[in-house]
Design a protein around this ligand. Structure first.
Ligand code: 0WK
Ligand code: BGC
Ligand code: BGC
Length: 924
């Protein structure tokens, strides 16, 4: 019978004592009392066991190991730093769940001055039982009404109010204002809320009421509010501990240890949710029959077993069950049990705290028991106090063991030998129970001697802390809004892209007709792509991209073999005299020939010259203007083949036959066309950007013949130089253009290509810093430096696998002080800039393929595009975004993008080979 203990008896014979039931009153009452109280004794070894097992569960949950299901949840709260003390403003705080059946609304003013606190105005509302157990909508409507009632009685000035929602239940958070309830605890069991976003439920309720314009900007667990409410003192408060109706703790974990956060860095406050700790191995031995009885009768049997041994909602009930047990065994109240004593929940935390408090005195205990319909003897009172003491001491010890586990975890995550930390404590059990805190502290000292801990009682139950988090959330939300406003012009929609496509098609037609157009549509005198019969050894030069290359290209039956060497073009040469530049080029050729044992051989040479040239023939190209950071004098308006030949002549030693000059787009098309005959378009997205394609000869003004095709170098980098892109150009594009060596020129290129994207990002970061959105508004010297933010950073930063860590590493190398939020914002800036670039490039390609389709009067066009360029090749998303934009804007064209492996040097050699083959044919 005893095993069933009080529970069994409870139901049938509620009010009869052993004497009344004719049961023999136990002679060994003290033994029975000892046996009963002994159950609440927890040994040092058991406490260590609990500490170790809780620590193991915490670490398992951090690693997101699914099996076995961790006993604790370790929920990220998206609070990444403890208060700076700079937060300021007026905030509303709505507290639900921290204090059982009560809801509190506070008006908190943060002064932003350390140590200067304004006492919050607050109002408490009792939540009716039926609301705590009813439909969720009813609970949130109740909360909205309380808010309105509070605001009605506390007139507030500002129209839009920012609210922090302190919601003290286990939630999966995905942001400061996005939180899904996992399960109710502590006497709450509203339907239709578990699995829902509680912020949205509150927003909907406030909306339904429509009384006030309140913006719910953050949801915060009460432990976090407690921690954040702690005045920044000598030691940062990095742990928040609540023992109120329920119990829980949070602490600042290293974000990289929280698996769900994808390798983030910095810190993240984690809510342990230790209430659900239920490792039978560790807890089994300390769970008493009374704990099982209490759990069995509770709203959530089997859940929150640890909380039910510590939380204020349960301590009174535990005491009651023990008193009933002892009374039934005739060792208390003469075996008499009153209806009040037999009714669940009749002994509250404050009763236990008072009855145990030696200063309360016997009279007070007597009064409390009398209120329960009992008439205690002095011995009863003493025994009742022992029972209260046993129950609360155990609660404090268990809580101490749990806190010791958290401190050990904190010490491990900081890799510190010793740990100095402050723990903010809050909750009625701390406030009401005389000895709880000291027992807890002794237990911590016993179990975590290497941790030097100070305890900071929370002054207002975390209201200030919740307001702090709300202030941070409000700041982040405001920043996010400013970021969105700043990036909005970079988010191009289908209509805008279709307009760019249409404008480009018109500009192409005008350029081909020789009318005014920002697209020069330059004939290249390449009329055919290779047919595979080309043969021979050719030299090729590749100038205009990131690297200057000299190549030996052997075109044989078995395919094309390439030997090449990269040479640098120093800025002083690229921006020096033309003679110096071409002499440097010839020096490289000679060096290459020496190294390849080609000295003295006169091989035909193809010259990839990636700048706008008006070609008069295959081997004559007048440079129209430099681009991409080149600015050598005395070249513009000159035939660059002539300039090269002059340099060769000056060098005397070498014999070179310059046969063809091609643009890198043409070289790329030819190189890919050698493998795929459908390749009729060449695209470069590298330092600069441009495209060429096979146009109908009949459409090319100024070139004789109207059958067949001619490859046209569009020089689309200059698209929009006539202002036609004005509607898309942003203030950042204007800054980049003004600071370039060719302002007003190459506007399309300056929105797309590698030479400029990093600069656009840098200007946006400067702007966001000036708005206080980034780097706490501190103007950062290094960000003032041109080209310090390389375009290759975008490719690295946007790589899916290592996003945030990469951002930090790159920006920390640049010497930028970075918070996680800053890192996220820099990533979003890079994404917006590169996405626009890829979409604009896609709109350009769509214009070209549609033109070819229309030229040929085809319903459907199948065509390939040969592509080269560092940005296109290295950026993780650029190529797929280009292809997606083309599919959307030119659905009747099946477009394949072929990444050129050997660069346009091979293409230049093939053009040379075709020219030599055609020249050969004429000669024979
Ligand atoms: C490699 C080609 C070269 C072209 C370059 C463009 O061989 O002709 O100019 O790509 O890409 P960038 O090097 O500017 O990134
Ligand atoms: C909840 C926690 C809360 C604790 C203290 C527990 O029941 O699950 O989220 O922090 O009570 O209020
Ligand atoms: C040049 C083009 C070249 C492109 C890609 C532009 O700046 O004007 O001729 O094709 O860069 O390298």
């Amino acid at each position: 019978m005893d095993f069933l203990g009080p529970v069994g008896l409870l139901h049938e014979e509620k009010t009869l004592g052993c004497s009344q039931k004719g049961l023999p009153c136990p002679s060994n009452s003290s033994e029975l009392v000892q046996k009963c109280l002994q159950q609440f004794k927890v040994t040092g070894a058991q406490l260590q066991q609990i500490q170790a097992s809780l620590l193991a569960s915490m670490e398992q949950a951090l690693k997101e190991r699914a099996s076995p299901v961790p006993a604790v949840q370790m929920l990220p709260t998206y609070v990444r730093s403890t208060p700076h003390g700079t937060e300021q403003g007026d905030f509303i705080v709505l507290e639900l769940g921290a204090k059982g059946a009560s809801l509190r609304v506070l008006w908190v003013t943060l002064t932003g001055t350390e140590g200067h606190r304004v006492v919050p105005r607050s109002q408490e509302f009792v939540i009716p039982q039926e609301v705590m157990l009813g439909p969720g909508q009813q609970l949130f409507d109740f909360a909205a009404h309380c808010l309105a009632e509070f605001l009605d009685t506390h007139p507030v000035s500002s129209q839009s109010l920012q609210l922090g929602f302190s919601f003290s239940f286990p939630c999966h958070q995905t942001g400061l204002d996005r939180s899904t309830l996992i399960s109710w605890t502590k006497g709450f069991r509203c339907s239709g809320v578990e699995g829902q976003d509680v912020v949205q439920l509150l927003r909907d309720a406030i909306q339904r009421l429509g009384a006030y314009n309140i913006d719910v900007v953050a949801v915060v667990n009460d432990t976090v509010g407690t921690m954040m409410g702690c005045e920044p003192g000598v030691r940062p408060c990095e742990v928040g501990l609540v023992v109120d109706t329920g119990t829980n703790a949070c602490y600042m974990e290293e974000a990289q240890h929280v698996a769900v956060l994808d390798n983030d860095r910095g810190r993240m406050c984690v809510s342990v949710e230790w209430g659900s700790f239920s490792d039978n191995g560790a807890l089994g031995p300390v769970l008493t029959t009374f704990d099982h009885a209490l759990d069995h009768e509770s709203l959530n049997p089997g859940d929150q077993r640890f909380e039910k041994m510590i939380g204020g909602l349960y301590l009174g009930e535990l005491v009651r069950l023990v008193l009933v047990h002892l009374a039934h065994h005739g060792v208390l109240f003469g075996g008499y049990t009153s209806p009040a004593l037999l009714s669940q929940g009749s002994i509250l935390l404050e009763h236990v705290a008072e009855m145990e408090d030696p200063s309360a005195g016997v009279a007070r205990v007597h009064a409390i028991l009398q209120d329960l319909g009992l008439s205690p003897e002095a011995s009863d009172i003493e025994l009742v106090q022992h029972v209260c003491e046993a129950v609360c001491t155990r609660a404090a010890q268990l809580c101490g063991a749990a806190l010791a586990a958290v401190l050990s975890r904190l010490q491990r995550s900081r890799e510190h030998q010793t740990l100095q930390v402050a723990v903010a404590t809050g909750g009625q059990v701390f406030e009401q129970h005389p000895r709880f805190s000291s027992i807890l502290q002794d237990t911590v000292m016993l179990l975590a001697p290497q941790c030097d801990v100070s305890f900071v009682p929370s002054v207002d139950g975390g209201g200030q802390g919740v307001a702090m988090v709300t202030a941070v959330a409000a700041r982040l939300a405001a920043h996010q809004l400013l970021l969105e406003e700043t990036l909005a012009p970079f988010r191009l929609n289908r209509k805008q892209l279709a307009a760019v496509q249409a404008q480009m098609q018109e500009a192409m037609a005008r350029g081909l007709r020789g009318e005014a157009s920002s697209l020069r549509m330059l004939p290249t005198y390449v009329r055919a792509t290779p047919n595979g019969s080309e043969r021979g050894d050719f030299l090729a030069l590749d100038l205009g991209g990131t690297n200057f290359r000299v190549l030996l290209v052997r075109v044989a039956t078995g395919g094309v073999q390439i030997t090449s060497q990269v040479y640098s073009i120093p800025e002083c040469v690229a921006q020096g005299s033309g003679q110096q530049l071409f002499d440097h080029i010839v020096d490289c050729i000679v060096d290459f020939q020496d190294k390849q044992g080609l000295s003295g051989q006169s091989l035909p040479l193809g010259f990839t010259f990636s700048f706008p040239c008006r070609q008069i023939g295959l081997d004559q190209g007048i440079l129209l203007n430099w681009t991409k950071g080149f600015n050598a004098s005395d070249c513009e308006g000159q035939d660059v083949v002539y300039l090269l030949r002059e340099a060769i002549r000056r060098r005397q030693a070498v014999e070179l036959k310059v046969v063809a000059i091609v643009n890198d787009t043409v070289g790329t098309m030819m190189s890919c066309g050698y493998e795929d005959p459908h390749c009729e378009i060449g695209l470069i997205v590298g330092t600069g950007t441009n495209a060429c394609y096979m146009e109908e000869l009949r459409n090319v003004a100024g070139v004789a013949g109207d059958s067949g095709h001619m490859c046209i170098n569009m020089e689309w980098g200059a698209f929009g130089d006539d202002g036609s892109l004005g509607m898309l150009s942003t203030r950042f594009d204007a800054s980049v253009d003004q600071m370039s060596i060719n302002p007003g020129k190459q506007r399309f290129e300056k929105m797309i290509s590698g030479m400029y994207l990093g600069e656009i990002v840098r200007h946006i970061l400067l702007h966001l810093t000036s708005l206080g959105v980034l780097f706490r508004g501190q103007q950062i010297q290094c960000l003032q430096t041109r080209d310090i933010f390389k375009t290759k950073f975008l490719s690295e930063i946007e790589s899916d696998s290592l996003a945030l860590r990469q951002v930090r590493a790159i920006l920390e190398d640049l010497g930028l002080p970075l918070t996680s939020d800053d890192a996220q914002m820099v990533l979003e800036v890079c994404q917006a800039v590169s996405q626009r670039a890829a979409q604009l490039c896609g709109a350009g390609v769509a214009a070209v393929v549609e033109r070819i389709r229309e030229n040929r009067g085809l319903e459907e066009l199948t065509v390939s595009v040969g592509v080269d360029g560092t940005l296109y090749k290295l950026h993780p998303h650029f190529s797929s975004l280009v292809a997606a934009t083309v599919r959307e804007l030119a659905p009747r064209c099946a477009v394949t993008f072929l990444q050129s492996e050997d660069g346009s040097g091979k293409g230049a050699a093939l053009v040379t080979a075709v020219a030599c083959r055609l020249a050969q044919k004429i000669r024979v």
